[in-house]
Design a protein. Sequence first.
Length: 168
Amino acid sequence: MPRLRATQRHSIRFTLNDTPVQGEAEPRMLLTDFLRHVLGATGTHVGCEHGVCGACTVQIDGTPARACLTLAVQAQGCHIRTVEGLAPAPGRLSVLQEAFRRHHALQCGFCTAGILMSLDAFLRAHPNADEAAVRDLLSGHLCRCTGYAPIVAAALDAAARLRDTAHA
């Protein structure tokens, strides 16, 4: 009878929301599980686990990525940003988060973290985004509660406010 060997664990180090972090993970552990269960960063949600719903979206080196399709070991040396890293300071909301609050752009909130992470990167890269571009981006996220209209309104409001801030 063949002997089963113990699963090898790897030490992983990366920057999470501007803070160096480390932990150990098996090679097959997903980044969602590492963030939530090893590091305690529970703002990243696990939805479909197939990369379809977008709830697990984080930013890896500034680019939105599905954490449910990313192995934790792939994050080695990267800069990971999660929804917990959006706020500029404790007790304050980012321009985008504030727009979501103002426009009631969330209901159950399950999809919100992933949508915020995608929109944050998108609006930095496309400050003049129009409704069609925002809707195209949101096509990669599933939301069962809002009907998307308040999310689009919040994104366009945030884009305008970010442009005003940049020109001030």
